[in-house]
Design a protein around this ligand. Sequence first.
Ligand code: PAF
Length: 276
Amino acid sequence: MEEFVSHSKRNGQSVGLVPTMGALHDGHLSLVERAVGENDITVVSLFVNPTQFNNPTDLATYPRDEESDLRLLSGAGATVAFAPGVEDIYPGGVENRARKEFDLGTVAEVMEGKFRPGHFQGVAEVVSRLLRLVRPDRAYFGEKDFQQIAVIRRMTETEGIDVDIIACPIRRADDGLALSSRNALLTPEQRAIAPEIHRALAGSVDYARSHSVRATHDTVVEQIEGVPGLRVEYFEIVDGRTLLPVEEWEESPWIVGCITVYCGDIRLIDNIAYKK
Ligand code: PAF
């Protein structure tokens, strides 16, 4: 991978990186298509990163289908599928790797940071390793993981990694469910109720125009929890830059509602912009 990139760079070719954990869906492919349109070379990494899973069952059950991933990537025009082993990314193995604590600031402490301790340290670790290895001009991430993008931007700043982080819009199924590799784990019954998450969020944008932040928050939680089988872990209405909660709509020009919902055992995340 390093040799290939050095060669491409010597030839003056620009490089885009789409980091993924595989089990690709149309959301990933939209990142790949954007990268292909904006770079001479598009590298897509497929690596289920063990250090970002705070729950061993989640890691064990994470969907994997490399054959289908490779097929989809050649159809989407990616130049390279980079599917390293754990030892390639963490020489000596995960247990013996040189650990470091990334300075990720408050954007990593709220929401996912509270409910998934260590998760963003693991994300920062793998993304920094991939960025140093592939040395892309641009790296592409989906806005479904809204907080992850803020954390990665912060990591690249504090680590001095020179790369444009490109945030790409959420891709949704026809019924509104945000595309996610974890959707493959839903039973047909769970898949049928999961779109209520987006329905509640989308409906609340209009509601928010004539109601307070608190009332908007409560109506979303009530609507989702009104569906048997769905349980809200958190719903926070935050400043889109700092990710700190807002109390009034006038507080910030950019306000986003970020939600995590358990659909049975499957943890789904989504978000909606109230102001941008
Ligand atoms: O969003 C993901 O799929 C992962 O967190 C990422 C960015 C590929 C790092 O493992």
